[in-house]
Ligand binder design. Sequence first.
Ligand code: NAP
Length: 314
Amino acid sequence: MKKIVLALGAMQSTEMDILESEFHVIKLWKEKDPEATLQAHKLQVQVIVSTYNGMPVTKKIIEALPNLELIAQYGAGLNNIDVAAARARDIAVISTPDSPTRDTADTAMALILTTLRRVVEADMFVRVGKWNSGAFPASTSLAEKTVGICGFGRIGQAIAKRCSAFDMKVVYNSRSQKADQPYQFYSDLKDMASNVDVLVMACPGGDETHHIANAAVFKALGSKGYFINIARGSVVNTEDLLVALSNRAIAGAGLDVYETEPSVPQALISMDNVVLLPHIGGGTVEARSNMGQLVIANIKAHFNGEPLISPVAA
Ligand code: NAP
C-alpha cells in the first residue's frame, strides 16, 4: 500500500506527478473541509510536503498529526513553517536551499538592471510610439556604483559575484562577518544603506528580519539610492517604502516579493520608478524540477530509513 503524504501546496506538475505515482498524496489545500480531512488521516500522515506559497505548517497542524516525522519544504525559506513546534516534537525538516540560488541571484541582477537602466519604461516608450517624438531620457549606470547586500548567504554571495562582473563595488551586511569573503562588512544595515547606491535584500523572512528595511534605512539610502528586494515581503515596511518612493526620498525600487502577495498595493502599481515582479526569483523550470526531485528523494530516504539528503540544521 502506498504511504500517505500530506501536501499543503503544489510542486511543479512534473514532480507532483512523480510524487503521486510513488505515494498517496492528500492535497489539503484542495479539500473542501481541511479540518475533517486532517482528522480522517491524522494517524497515517508521517510526512508533510510544504511550499512557501501554500498553506502554512502551523503548530496546530503539527499537533494534529501524532505520527508526523518529516516536513519536506519545496523551497529555500522556512518562514511558512513553525520550525520551533516541529523541533519540540523532534520532527525532521528538510528544505531545498541550493536549488533556487543562481536563478534568484539572476532575478536580483535583472531587477538592478531594469530599475537603474529603466528597461521596462524604455520598452513601453518604444511600444507606445514615443520614440518618434524624441530620445528616451538618460538612465543610471551600474558600473562604479556600490551595491550593499543584506543577507550574505548562498543568494547574497551569488548576487555579489554577478555585481562584481558588472564592475560594481560590493559591500554586505549579515549577522556575522564572513572570514572567507573579500568584501567590506557592515554590522549595521542603516550604516550600510548610507554608504551604497543600491541596497539589495537577500536575507530570510521571519520575526528577526521583520521590517528591517524601514523609513530610517530609506532615509540613509537617499534620493539617489535604489532598493531591491528578492528576500521576503516581510523584511520591508511597505508603508515606509511607499512614502520614500512617492516623495522621491529614494530613486526607485525593484521588487520580487511583497508583504501582501499575491496582492500588490495599487500605489506601487501606479508608480513609474518601480519595477514589479510576481515572486519569480527561483521560478525557473530547472530550479523547480531540482527542488521537487530533492523533496521526493528526501521522502524516499526517510521511508527507507536512510539519512536525509538536505536536512535543516537544528
Ligand atoms: P542563507 O544561505 O541561509 O543566507 C541567509 C543570510 O541572511 C545569511 O548570511 C544570514 O547571516 C543573513 N541574515 C539572517 N538574519 C539576518 C539579519 N537579521 N540581518 C542581516 N542578515 C541576516 O539563505 P539563502 O539561500 O541565501 O536565501 C535567503 C532568502 O532568500 C531565503 O530565506 C528566502 O526567504 C529568500 N528567497 C527568495 C526567493 C525568491 O523567489 N525571491 C528564492 C529563494 C530564496 P549569517 O550568515 O551571518 O547568519
